[in-house]
Design a protein around this ligand. Structure first.
Ligand SMILES: NC(=O)c1ccc[n+]([C@@H]2O[C@H](COP(=O)([O-])OP(=O)(O)OC[C@H]3O[C@@H](n4cnc5c(N)ncnc54)[C@H](OP(=O)(O)O)[C@@H]3O)[C@@H](O)[C@H]2O)c1
Length: 324
């Protein structure tokens, strides 16, 4: 079968035309992949910036396709374990070190497969799992967001961030975002956003505070110098939930601003099987549609990757593998 393989650090990825699939384990089923979505981890693996990189592994964590006569999507979080608080030491993500979804077929444990919400097409369904799970856990399981609260999402044009915005709006929160271009600020208006600011402005935090005050919850994937600004933008007793570190380490953070104002700063990653089920329920109930930035055939995986790296994308970059 055709598949995108991580080859090694010199060659990067290759498109194999006749990859031999091994036998299935007893708990595994075969899903015929219709669409698969890219994530930052695919980019990081190809740059050698990921733990446990193994050669000749099919990349890709997200997919939607057919299992028998059912339209299904895949929870890419494998072996989360029983605790809702933290994943087990066996937790791993589909698409490294196990074979992933950028291929015509993928083997997954049956318990990781769920019916596609009926309002989603193949590309939208493929765009949902990893980003939707991360967004859901960040907002609700960790951030404890409630209707009527004010939430700030940093980098609003990203795959996870957009789903945070959509989910938070769906439950009746007031939602604000930072983003990196005036064009993206304009596009965020389509999602009923209550206010935006461009993080490329030097004093974006002061601008945001002047216009909209402080926030009950902040969801961040940037880190870096921006984190100390986020601490200043959080209401006393408020929560900051961090799921990424795009801008690297954070200097200049004042402990006094954290302890005196009783702030909760916490990390989150992916989510439990329960988080995944609850995420799907929320998406069904509110008819949430993940934003697909662009769609490429498997043969143009390289172009899809360049699009993800360009920082110009708005939402998810998707690979179409079978038409129907
Ligand atoms: N812990 C987890 O389970 C988990 C899961 C998924 C992703 N992540 C991590 O989260 C990050 C985003 O992932 P993604 O899949 O959403 O990627 P993506 O779709 O490529 O989005 C990239 C994001 O980075 C934002 N950004 C870039 N520079 C920024 C800055 N200076 N300040 C604030 N935001 C900035 C972009 O904002 P604009 O487009 O609005 O400019 C956009 O939200 C990555 O680091 C990824 O590894 C972690």
């Amino acid at each position: 079968m055709r598949a995108i393989l991580y080859k090694n650090q010199d060659q990067g990825f290759i498109l194999s035309d006749n990859f031999e699939r091994g036998d299935s384990r007893p708990d595994e089923i075969d899903v015929r992949v219709n669409a698969a979505a890219l994530n930052k981890r695919d980019e990081f693996i190809l740059q050698g910036m990921y733990p446990g990189i193994t050669e000749n592994v099919i990349l890709g964590s997200d997919a939607a396709g057919w299992w028998k006569d059912q339209r299904v999507l895949i929870n890419p979080g494998l072996q989360w374990g029983n605790s809702q608080r933290v994943q087990s030491s066996d937790f791993n993500i589909l698409g490294m070190p196990t074979h992933g979804t950028f291929s015509e077929w993928v083997k997954v444990p049956q318990q990781n497969v769920y019916p596609v919400p009926t309002h989603l097409d193949w590309e939208q369904a493929a765009a949902l799992p990893l980003a939707g799970l991360t967004a859901y856990r960040a907002l609700f399981a960790r951030g404890e967001l409630k209707p009527g609260q004010k939430v700030l999402v940093t980098g609003g044009g990203g795959g996870v961030a957009l789903l945070c915005i959509q989910m938070a709006k769906a439950i009746g929160a007031s939602v604000f975002a930072t983003t990196g271009s005036e064009e993206k600020r304009g596009r965020l208006k389509d999602f009923g956003i209550n206010g935006t600011v461009n993080y490329r402005e030097l004093e974006w935090d002061k601008e945001l505070k002047k216009a909209h005050g402080s926030f009950d919850l902040i969801i961040d994937s940037a880190g870096g110098d921006g984190l100390k600004k986020l601490i200043g933008l959080t209401k006393p007793g408020g929560n900051i939930v961090i799921y990424g570190g795009t801008k690297g380490k954070s200097d200049g953070i004042s402990p006094q601003l954290i302890f005196w104002r009783q702030l909760n700063i916490m990390g989150t990653s992916m989510g439990s099987d329960r988080d995944f089920r609850e995420m799907l329920e929320l998406v069904e109930q509110h008819g949430i549609v993940p934003v697909v930035d662009s769609v490429y055939p498997l043969e143009e995986f390289g172009r899809a990757l360049e699009r993800l790296k360009s920082k110009e994308h708005f939402g998810k970059v998707v690979i179409k593998i079978h038409e129907s």
